[in-house]
Design a protein around this ligand. Structure first.
Ligand code: CAA
Ligand code: NAD
Length: 285
């Protein structure tokens, strides 16, 4: 099936990044969130990213204007999804919320419409089961920041058809991503490994073994990671990180128990860069 019109649900960290790369690849995109301030934040980020490309000579002003013209931000779900070939869902990592969104979408989208979820680790099969199109439902897991990270991790649910998989792969490649296809399991492949390491960094910090700066420095200089695990958790969002760890813990047992310090940071509202404070304080920068 050919995709032309994309509906992205969520204008947050991931939603605005997915919207940007889709519009850059020539798709018409409607980006929907539930409050104007989230839409405004999302559009500001996209505009800032594109302006940097223009300043650096990677795009012309005319190209930037064309990309922005392909994006329609909206608060109205009907307006966003009624003519979509695919809905890419990037709302908060809570199963019950996602199921509610899919049930509502079912009453709006055309029959042919595909559902792609950007979940970090929830069951594709469980979400697909609340829709009338489990064969046309698949996980398309992008990485943050979406315009920079080259991977698209594709996850089939139990009922996902070969045709949906082929369409998702072709779409990912059109967005300039390298695709890997993995079997469904809690947190799939990359996050199963990555989030466990980040969680361990919170245990190490909680045990007072080193300062946050030195833990991060250790992993950057000792392992060649681009940023340390604590800084990465602040980039991802500590709330999202905790959701992923809770899912892994629930399904795979004690090895994946969320670090108490990660839980405490989330309880304190220290979600990371997006809220101004996480392990580190970004309010002064
Ligand atoms: N959006 C768009 N572009 C961005 C960006 C953003 N949010 N952040 C940085 N960039 C661009 C910058 O513009 C810059 O490009 P140019 O210089 O060519 O203009 C380039 O990326 C490098 O940025 P900086 O020099 O500012 O900083 P950096 O060298 O530290 O790179 C980084 C920033 C790319 C984020 C790098 O630190 C990095 O790769 N970190 C690790 C990211 C990672 O592991 N992501 C996966 C998270 S896990 C996940 O996503 C899955 C999940 O389900 C939780
Ligand atoms: P975020 O908190 O930055 O953004 C989520 C957005 O969804 C918010 O703006 C919120 O208002 C919006 N939202 C809530 N209910 C909605 C609805 N019914 N319709 C439309 N929008 C709604 O979160 P995020 O980091 O962008 O994460 C989104 C999804 O992507 C989650 O499933 C997350 O696990 C996944 N993900 C996150 C990362 C990451 O590094 N942050 C990486 C890969 C995947």
């Amino acid at each position: 099936m050919e995709i032309k019109k994309v509906c992205v649900l969520g204008a947050g960290l991931m939603g605005n990044g997915i919207t940007q790369v889709c519009a850059e690849a020539g798709f018409q995109v409607k980006m929907r969130d539930i409050e104007q301030r989230f839409i405004d934040n999302g559009m500001n980020t996209i505009t800032k990213n594109l302006s940097r490309d223009v300043q650096k000579g990677r795009k012309t002003q005319a190209q930037m204007d064309e990309i922005l013209a392909r994006i329609t931000p909206t608060l109205d779900l009907k307006e966003a999804a009624a003519d979509a070939d695919v809905v890419v869902e990037a709302v908060v990592e809570i199963m019950e919320l996602k199921k509610k969104v899919y049930a509502e979408l079912e009453t709006i989208v055309p029959d042919k419409c595909l559902f792609f979820t950007n979940t970090s680790g929830l069951s594709i099969t469980e979400m697909a089961a609340v829709t009338k199109r489990p064969d046309r439902f698949i996980g398309t897991h992008f990485f943050n920041p979406v315009p920079v990270m080259r991977l698209l991790e594709i996850i089939r649910g139990y009922e996902t058809s070969d045709e949906t998989l082929a369409t998702a792969k072709a779409w990912g490649e059109k967005l300039g991503k390298e695709c890997i296809v993995v079997k469904e399991a809690p947190a799939f492949v990359v996050n199963r490994i990555l989030c466990l390491m980040i969680n361990e960094a919170f245990f190490v910090l909680g045990e007072g073994l080193a300062s946050p700066e030195d833990i991060d420095k250790g992993m950057v200089l000792g392992c060649n990671h681009p940023i340390g695990p604590l800084a990465l958790s602040d980039l991802v969002g500590n709330d999202t990180m905790l959701h992923v760890m809770e899912g892994l813990h629930r399904e795979l047992g004690d090895k994946y128990r969320p670090a108490p310090l990660l839980v405490q940071l989330v309880r304190a509202g220290r979600f990371g860069r997006k809220s101004g404070k996480g392990v580190y304080d970004y309010t002064a920068k």
